[in-house]
Design a protein. Structure first.
Length: 84
């Protein structure tokens, strides 16, 4: 499976990414090897995740979420927005 996910960083910001191994990826983020953005904002916590059968679908969803505004992302995290 492939996953699109959002992390809450220590400074309260959200980071969006995709992976095929969610547990390993979160460990990488928290060890400072996940992404440049999260490296200085550790620890991070998984706050949202969607599952997809293909990598392409997960990557498309990542792009769609990254285009959302902060309020829309927060609604998604809170479960108030529709998953598409």
């Amino acid at each position: 499976m492939n996953y699109t996910y959002m992390l809450r960083c220590k400074d309260g910001t959200l980071y969006t990414g995709w992976t095929n191994d969610i547990k390993r990826r979160i460990k990488m983020h928290n060890s400072g090897k996940g992404a440049k953005y999260t490296k200085s904002r550790r620890p991070v916590k998984l706050v949202y995740c969607e599952e997809f059968p293909t990598r392409e679908e997960a990557m498309r969803r990542e792009c769609a979420i990254k285009r959302m505004g902060k309020k829309e992302k927060e609604r998604l995290v809170a479960g108030e927005a529709d998953k598409k």
